[in-house]
Design a protein around this ligand. Sequence first.
Ligand SMILES: Nc1ncnc2c1ncn2[C@@H]1O[C@H](COP(=O)(O)OP(=O)(O)OP(=O)(O)O)[C@@H](O)[C@H]1O
Ligand SMILES: [Mg+2]
Length: 527
Amino acid sequence: MSSMGDIWMGMGTLMGGVMFVYTMIQQFVPRRVADYLLVYVYRITAYANPYMEISFDEFVSGDRYVKLSEAYTAVEAYLAPKSKKLAKRLKAQLVEGNKDLALSMADHEEIFDNFGGVKIWWYLGKTTHESKSFSVYPSATEKRHLKLQFHRRYRETVTKSYLNHVIQVGKESMIENRHIRLYSNNPNRGYYQWSKSLWSHVEFEHPVTFHHIAMDSEKKQEIIDDLETFRMGKDYYLQIGKPWKRGYLLFGPPGTGKSSMIAAMAKLLNYDIYDLELTAVKDNSELRNLLHDTSNKSITVIEDVDCSLNLTGKRKKKKKKDDKDEKDPVKEKEDEEEEEEKSDSKVTLSGLLNVIDGLWSACGKERIIVFTTNYVEKLDPALIRSGRMDKHIEMSYCCYEGFKVFAKNYLNLDSHELFDTIRRLIEEVKVSPADVAENLMPKTIKRDSQLCLQNLIKALEKIKVDEKLKAEEEVANKLKAEEEAVKLKAEEEAKKLKAEEEAIKLKAEEEAKKKDNDGTVDLPSVL
Ligand SMILES: Nc1ncnc2c1ncn2[C@@H]1O[C@H](COP(=O)(O)OP(=O)(O)OP(=O)(O)O)[C@@H](O)[C@H]1O
Ligand SMILES: [Mg+2]
């Protein structure tokens, strides 16, 4: 079977011959007649060449910068396994996050595909442009394109069925081989600056999954079901007329697994993570651009949201309003704006709310936003109401079930004689899963499970003693405060009594003085 390259080579030779004849003819006939003849010759050669081509460029123009074409990457993914089998020249490279070498078609290589008897040739072309500006990235001036060639009699089949098939299979393969990325909006992006992207990324290699998360199993299953329902919810969200997005609020004391939970969520859904550092965001408009630049199938995370913004302002104002009962709404708005201006962060609460409700909701799909906080009570209720933060998940102190997850994962233990002691202690004290994990970690190469459990028991007992001491101290402090309050009250009452007595005494003295000054004597009333 002749390759498409051979066919094109043949066509090239033919066209070369035509041009040679054209130059010769020009010497004998007027130019006008020669051009006329050339048009006919082209028509005849076009008729002789029954092949059509469609090309996919590697880069397309985006809103603000040139971006990788989705269609190109899908075709590339479709061709990858075929290239490995069929291409004579392959390109090998180490792809971020992959241990194995990735083999793909080399530049200017061609492979053949068969779609239900229709023959298709794929060709990987490359053009190189001289860049006017200096760049240390030579690849920025190289552009590739994938070209498919086929007989024009299959035009319908190729444009209607084959291309859909290629894109679908390509996308499925991309999802299968996808590596999760962790993006961050680091202002010191270094070399990422050249790409004008607001986000820089690294491969996300966190090993945690839901299997490792220590918490009540029913609660864990509920979260998994919620995420799965969201993932499968494309048609449902369309039906109810809501953007395909969901907000999760993770709250709880430090070390209870909020960040670990986000990693497990990303692993379960195979979504990228966008770690949004709000304090590094210049203003509301940059926040809008950042969220606009997140991709579908992603989780945008704002950790410790209470520390990132002045989110307590509104609440405080509400309290003030309650105190005074009525307040002029214009004045209230002015106060709000003033308070937001005074805040250190240039991203405001209203800015964040607007972005979540507005542009971010209107563009893209299959996106999750997660807020974490240690102090849920500090957050403005507007920020965490349903529709913004749809599901609130409390990450709490370690329970016995949580401990069992650690025991299994860390020590491969399902049961042990010390479990009962641990159950009793863990139910009595407040210990974070992070502390349980740390105490269960083997500290010797021998990995002595008994020793690890004993370490945990010791730690729990110490927490119990500390908690008891703290509670006693609190009781003592309370008692002391109460006694002082009683003493203070008694003193105040004594002072008050003394003041009253003095006032009576003063009054009597004044009256006596008055009588003396008048020189009158009261006569008996009978007169
Ligand atoms: N529920 C949990 N399940 C499994 N591991 C946990 C859990 N909670 C904490 N850990 C362990 O403790 C470490 C710290 O947990 P993590 O960073 O997820 O806590 P956090 O709630 O995000 O804390 P912070 O509020 O300080 O950010 C993790 O690396 C993990 O090993
Ligand atoms: Mg955290």
